[in-house]
Design a protein around this ligand. Structure first.
Ligand SMILES: Cc1ncc(C[n+]2csc(CCOP(=O)(O)OP(=O)(O)O)c2C)c(N)n1
Length: 379
């Protein structure tokens, strides 16, 4: 049932296996392992192990990468934080980044990691040495085999390992230093003429939400921009449907987030396709008087599907990816919700502040033009 190299922290195999892990660490260092990186998955948040994760990272001095669902496990202001990552990283930054991110890593320590979370082993070529630390076994079959699989309560495992690991990484490589600058500034994203500056919209939303506001993303192209570019500094401040990736998630997730965190700002970011699959919850928001702000990026299209059709064929199947046009701002009004049709995204900061002062649910419809070729930069 367990992978080879398992460390079962609370079982009888503990000492022997931990010894093997220690010798792996030391041996690897002696053998010339230069650079570690850590990839965090959603289980870290489910088990609220983020504090121990930070302490372990600081002790080992390793750069941190996370899946979209693990955003906030460590503050994105932390000196060791690099980026959230998935296969859309190159496309969103409009330059080859994924290879630079992983080429420079000899050993990945995967904590609370589930490869269903979009941070796929294919991003690092499935060929790095890995140590998996998780509370349950996720068989990787032929995808990749961890050198060591450390199974048990994540927090307790990390605490134990902090006591036995005396090794320290050499810090960021030159490549990672360069990347950190780009990631910290969400920088150098050129915008193709005639398309909407989606990264700018994400920046405005992050500024509005501050450190503790909550961004709930629906599923589609917009989710890749939101997940990779939104600034998240606390657990459960970026909520998305990863793994399942069910579209229609954004609006109901925002309502639940507001119910659970009445004093926090909550924004739902949605594409028009996913939004319209659960848009009946506009009425729920009004009935329960939940002051969430709903942003609908409207392109009359299932954007992500159009992108994939374009990837695999010169002539996308016509008529299968279009919808509407639907006037979502009027749909909000029909449900008793105030709204605005925002043709100039430059006005978004002002509109967000005005919507906040209303203290009632509010919908902002922004017509957008995606660059559907953008993501051909995918690694
Ligand atoms: C319930 C469900 N049905 C279908 C899909 C497949 N799917 C993923 S993204 C997407 C299109 C999203 O379009 P939109 O909501 O307009 O967002 P955009 O990509 O334009 O940002 C679809 C149909 C899904 N993930 N979940």
């Amino acid at each position: 049932m367990f992978n080879q190299g398992l460390v079962r922290i609370h079982g009888r195999v503990l000492k022997r296996k931990i010894r093997r892990m220690r010798s792996y660490n030391y041996g690897s260092f002696k053998g010339g392992v230069k650079k570690y990186a850590r990839a965090l998955g959603n289980q870290v948040l489910r088990e609220q192990a983020q504090n121990e994760v930070r302490l372990f990272a600081e002790q080992l001095n390793v750069p941190i990468i996370c899946s979209l669902a693990a955003k906030g496990a460590i503050s994105e202001k932390h000196r060791l934080f690099l980026t959230a990552a998935n296969k859309y990283l190159d496309g969103v930054y409009r330059r080859p980044i994924v290879s630079d991110l992983f080429d420079d890593v000899d050993l990945l320590i995967l904590i609370g990691y589930d490869f269903g979370e979009d941070l796929k082993p294919s991003l690092w070529g499935c060929n790095k040495d890995t140590i998996v630390i998780n509370s349950f076994d996720i068989p990787m079959e032929e995808v990749f085999q961890p050198k060591v699989n450390c199974l048990g309560n994540i927090e307790q495992s990390l605490r134990y390992l902090r006591n036995v690991c005396t090794v320290r990484n050499q810090g960021f490589s030159e490549k990672h230093k360069e990347l950190k600058e780009i990631f910290d500034e969400r920088k150098a994203i050129s915008v193709k003429p005639g398309t909407t500056d989606i990264p700018r919209i994400m920046k405005v939303i992050s500024n509005y939400l501050g450190d503790s506001g909550i961004l709930c993303s629906d599923v589609g192209l917009h989710k890749q921009y939101a997940g990779l570019l939104a600034r998240t500094h606390m657990p459960n401040r970026f909520i998305c449907s990863n793994v399942c990736g069910s579209f229609g998630f954004g609006l109901p997730a925002a309502l639940a987030a507001k119910l659970c965190n009445p004093s926090e700002k909550v924004v739902a970011i949605c594409g028009d396709g996913g939004f319209h699959s659960t848009s009946q919850d506009l009425e729920t928001a009004v009935r329960y008087k939940l002051p969430v702000i709903i942003i609908v990026l409207s392109d009359s299209c299932f954007g992500l599907i159009k992108y994939y059709q374009g990837l695999h064929s010169e002539e996308p199947v016509k008529g299968m990816t279009e919808l509407g046009p639907v006037q979502f701002h009027l749909l909000a009004n029909a449900n008793g919700m105030k709204s605005v049709l925002l043709k100039n995204p430059e006005e978004l900061p002002k509109v967000l502040e005005q919507a906040y002062l209303l203290n009632e649910p509010f919908l902002i419809e922004i017509p957008v033009a995606y660059d559907y070729n953008l993501l051909k930069y995918v690694a």
